[in-house]
Write a protein that binds this ligand. Structure first.
Ligand code: SF4
Length: 347
């Protein structure tokens, strides 16, 4: 059976090529073709003999993504529906700002976490993405950003479709590939992995010295409400999540980002803000208060401006670091999962 060459680290590729009877330096050449020159066809690897190119094509394949639909929003953000080799669709988003271009990438086809505010949740879980399918979203969007936004991608957030920590191996390997100086060489501080709070894998990240930023989608600071919004909270409750995050901070010394989406009349009261502040006492945090982007798959509304300001000002008054993330791409169905859902209906 052919192997996905994009899932191989440099050492794995070297070993695999040795087994094929190839010289060691071939691994360096091929790795450069794939990761530096971004070539996805063995025939284009012009410094390899035709016999070796044929051999590579018989042994390996590229598990990649293709852009099905780029959609540009009036606010500058651009959403991509990526089609996979098996016909499934996932999404990515490019968000340009003054000093950066951020790419939001997906880690699973659909998602099994069932968060009640999320459009992806309504698709259910189909399968995990491979290392190549995750990293290729970066490559495709980076080329687009260079051509159409004047700059390549500077930051990556693992915040698209899927729960990254339910695809632990491929996700951490894709991160390793993106920060490897032999490949893309992105600074670890420019990558953020966002989780709904899979405790055992937060601990695993801590034990493995995860070098990038960790964000946790909290959205409610108390169990009863959080379980309503995010059923994963039943098995990963807040007290244990707090223990895991304290452990993560102890091991990595990294500040944790708390994502908190404001839903009108649901989690946007001053008492909710007080409880959120209480939750953040055990480790240094940055809080991203996110404006909800309404969509058909959920009946929630976005909070009034007054409630948002009061919520944010309360937290700022406690000297917490708080950023407000206003929703982007409302005109292009940019809430995670909406574009893929549209494609499913069409096909
Ligand atoms: S919010 Fe994230 S974890 Fe929750 S269902 Fe949507 S994609 Fe999955």
């Amino acid at each position: 059976m052919k192997q996905d060459i994009l899932s191989l680290s440099f050492d794995e590729l070297s070993r695999s090529l040795e087994e094929l009877g190839e010289k060691k330096f071939r691994a360096t050449q091929i790795y450069q073709w794939i990761w530096t020159k971004r070539v996805r066809n063995f025939n284009e690897m012009s410094n390899l003999s035709q016999t070796l190119r044929d051999r590579l094509a018989e042994t390996y394949f590229f598990q990649t993504v293709k852009i099905a639909t780029p959609q540009k929003s009036s606010d500058g953000s651009c959403k991509f529906a990526f089609s996979l080799n098996d016909g499934n669709i996932v999404e990515g988003v490019l968000i340009p700002a003054k000093d950066r271009v951020t790419a939001c990438i997906s880690t699973q086809v659909g998602c099994g976490m069932q968060c009640t505010f999320c459009a992806t949740a309504s698709l259910g879980f189909t399968r995990n993405l491979s290392v190549g399918e995750i990293t290729d979203q970066y490559f495709v969007m980076d080329s687009y950003a260079q051509q159409h936004m004047g700059n390549g991608i500077s930051n990556i957030v693992y915040m698209g479709m899927g729960e990254p920590l339910m695809n632990y191996v491929a996700v951490t390997q894709s991160v390793a590939r993106l920060i490897d100086p032999k490949t893309v060489g992105l600074a670890p501080s420019r990558i953020t992995l966002s989780t709904s709070g899979i405790i055992k894998n937060i601990i695993k990240l801590a034990d493995n010295g995860f070098p990038c930023n960790l964000a946790v989608s909290l959205h409610a600071p108390k169990d009863l409400l959080r379980t309503q919004l995010m059923p994963i909270n039943k098995t990963n409750p807040i007290a244990k999540l707090s223990d895991a995050l304290a452990y993560y901070h102890e091991k990595t010394n990294n500040r944790i980002t708390i994502e908190y989406m404001l839903l009108k009349g649901v989690n946007d009261s001053l008492q909710n803000a007080r409880d959120l502040a209480e939750f953040t006492k055990r480790f240094p945090v940055k809080i991203n208060v996110i404006e909800f982007n309404p969509h058909k798959a959920a009946s929630y509304q976005k909070s009034d401006r007054q409630a948002l300001d009061a919520f944010v000002n309360f937290l700022k008054g406690l000297n917490l670091i708080v950023n407000v993330r206003y929703s982007k791409g409302r005109d292009i169905a940019a809430a995670c999962g909406q574009l893929a859902a549209k494609h499913r209906k069409q096909n």
